[in-house]
Design a protein around this ligand. Structure first.
Ligand SMILES: CSCCC(=O)C(=O)COP(=O)(O)O
Ligand SMILES: [Zn+2]
Length: 246
């Protein structure tokens, strides 16, 4: 057996306890549970999308290219935090399930954790994709998504430690262009975070969205609020209703 294979066997043998817990809130139980919900909501169908949780100095990650609704705790990867983002071989994986690859979204999830997030969700929601196309056609490829005077925007934070948006505020979500490989989105995500330091989400044109939060519950509810708003925005557009109330 080659050196790498030997290391993987050792890692999976020694660190299984990291993904074994009877606590439903443990990341190794929560990621499969969240992915099942996200699949049923059309967010992670056809293996796309995923989620990752930071718990203390461990990052828990779903595997790549698998049916996300079928993930088991035993399939979860664990990285020791902090870790290098690149190259992938230099990341501090301490648990690598055999025959599985870590999510291609890993460097993007790590970027969210660098910002202090406790959980990052990537969806391929059709509402998110449609909004990126509408913004491009109506406002141009440099524009971000903007909407105001919708009750649900109160579910989105104003920025770290700044509370939540009010009904009269304008929600802005930056949009980055898609790349042929998921990993290559990282540069665009970092640039969008620098340009919009208060954002908790970045849309990816023709692809989906990355949403993060201080913890799994906040990431999930923020992602739900955004998805509700994107669906509403698409329907408003069909009715000729403006997204910004004058
Ligand atoms: C049909 S999925 C294409 C790849 C992608 O966009 C994605 O989100 C997959 O992520 P994974 O965690 O499965 O590597
Ligand atoms: Zn994706």
């Amino acid at each position: 057996m080659c050196g790498d294979g030997h290391k993987a066997v050792e890692a999976s043998t020694n660190y299984d306890y990291l993904v074994q817990s009877t606590d439903p809130e443990h990341p190794a139980n929560l990621i499969p549970e969240m992915c099942r919900k996200f699949y049923n909501w059309g967010w992670v169908t056809g293996t796309g999308g995923g989620t990752s949780i930071r718990h203390g100095d461990h990052i828990f990650l779903a595997p790549s290219g698998v049916q996300k609704e079928l993930i088991k705790s035993d399939n979860i990867f664990v990285i020791q935090w902090p870790t290098k983002k690149y190259p992938a071989e230099d990341r501090n994986y301490i648990r690598k399930p055999l025959a599985l690859k870590p999510s291609a979204c890993t460097p993007l999830f790590l970027t969210a954790f660098e910002q202090g997030a406790g959980c990052c969700i990537h969806t391929h929601s059709q509402w998110a994709v449609l909004v990126t196309l509408l913004v491009e056609r109506e406002m141009g490829s440099d524009a971000c998504f903007e909407i105001s005077h919708i009750e649900q925007i109160k579910g989105i934070p104003r920025g770290k430690g700044k509370g939540y948006l009010d009904y009269h505020d304008t929600l802005r979500v930056p949009i980055i262009e898609n790349t042929p490989y998921e990993e290559d989105l990282t540069e665009g995500l970092e640039a969008a975070m620098n340009k919009y330091p208060d954002t908790y989400a970045v849309l990816v044109r023709r692809h989906g969205i990355y949403v993060w939060g201080d913890n799994p519950a906040k990431a999930k509810t923020q992602c739900e609020s955004l998805d509700y708003i994107f669906q509403l925005a698409v329907e408003m557009h069909k009715l000729g209703l403006p997204w910004i109330k004058k």
